[in-house]
Design a protein around this ligand. Structure first.
Ligand code: ATP
Ligand code: MG
Length: 329
């Protein structure tokens, strides 16, 4: 059975209101009439999967998670999560899912344990059970000593752990985590990875968005790469890596705009693609490092001096760049 299914999912946010100035004609409205955050998205996530959503800033990750967790209203299409329709059965969806939002949003008037008990009893769990489970979760997450502290006395990383404990306090079947490891130190990140692996081993479905390729690679069984609300690729990390352009990615930063250099480089032998982003020139080439002198020469011929050079082997990262033209981080 599928834990998540979306069909032709679409989300358009209203265009920001433009303030009219007297005597000045209003600027033309954007052609779309709004911001398309999710576009014709069909997804199926099986029960028990560890599913990753990768995408650069503004790709639509939080919007997608918002829709699947009933926080964002769908513009068109439909989504079913844990057997319930997010639009017509939102209360059923909420009971069956746990959510770790991108920004911690604990109740600051309550203590740490009260946050957990309040949340769990809201979903029909008895106070005694909620308290016991809350204590267990805080121990597991390494913040049991903060049980009676006010939320404001927690560090950012500790608040993030509290959010994870809260998401698990009513024993959900599907857990959504929106960039859960941002802002954590390397050790806290590794310990969170362990916790996520454990949750997954217990049979829960996990959906996690992230900016970190390594994290996606290590944890997720399948990955969706999205940008501008569209699904660009969906597969296991291993299969995605095989799809990465077999060429080396050479990145050269010049002291000025690289567009003219890119135009010259594109015609060179062994170059499969070249594009400029401001002073950054990205070249996919089988010739790898051997191409570097020619790139330096091409820059000089157009009055550009090289500031930095970087070579990358084919990887999830290079696939991502070839699909989106952007880096993740
Ligand atoms: N409440 C909102 N109102 C209007 N536009 C929004 C709203 N929320 C998001 N957007 C727009 O929708 C698009 C997708 O945003 P979203 O937050 O889903 O991206 P994201 O992939 O989570 O990005 P990030 O990595 O920065 O968290 C962006 O263009 C964003 O500006
Ligand atoms: Mg986001």
């Amino acid at each position: 059975m599928n834990a998540i299914e979306t069909r032709s999912l679409r989300k358009v946010y209203p265009a920001p209101a433009v303030k009219k100035k007297r005597g000045v004609p209003a600027p033309p409205a954007p052609p779309s009439g709004g911001i398309v955050a999710i576009d014709a998205l069909d997804l199926a996530v099986a029960e028990g999967e560890f599913f990753g959503v990768l995408g650069p800033n503004g790709a639509g990750k939080t919007t997608l998670i918002g829709i699947l967790t009933t926080r964002v209203r769908i513009t068109a299409g439909e989504a079913v999560v844990a057997g319930a329709n997010v639009t017509t059965q939102p209360a059923d969806v909420r009971r069956r899912i746990g959510v770790v939002p991108q920004r911690p949003n604990p109740d600051r008037s309550l203590s740490v344990i009260e946050n957990l008990v309040f949340h769990a009893t809201y979903f029909g769990i008895s106070r005694a059970d909620a308290h016991r489970r809350g204590q267990e979760l805080l121990e597991r997450l390494g913040i049991a000593d903060k049980m009676n502290a006010k939320v404001d006395q927690l560090s950012g990383g500790q608040q993030q752990r509290l959010m994870i404990a809260r998401a698990l306090s009513h024993d959900p079947r599907v857990v959504f985590l929106d960039e859960p490891t941002v802002g954590l130190d390397p050790q806290a990140r590794l310990s969170l990875w362990e916790i996520l692996r454990e949750l997954h081993a217990q049979g829960r479905t996990i959906v996690m968005s992230t900016h970190y390729m390594e994290e996606a690679d290590q944890l997720c069984g399948r990955l969706a790469i999205i940008d501008q609300g569209k699904l660009l690729a969906l597969d296991t990390p291993a299969a995605l890596k095989l799809k990465a352009p077999g060429d080396t990615l050479v990145e050269v930063t010049f002291d000025g705009d690289a567009t003219v250099v890119a135009d010259a480089v594109r015609a060179m032998e062994g170059v499969s693609n070249a594009e400029a982003r401001g002073p950054l020139l990205r070249v996919f080439s089988k010739r790898g490092g051997a191409l570097i002198p020619a790139l330096i020469d091409a820059g000089e011929a157009h009055g550009r001096i090289v500031r930095d050079i970087h070579l990358s082997r084919p990887s999830l990262e290079t696939l991502f760049i070839s699909l989106t033209g952007r880096k993740l981080t």
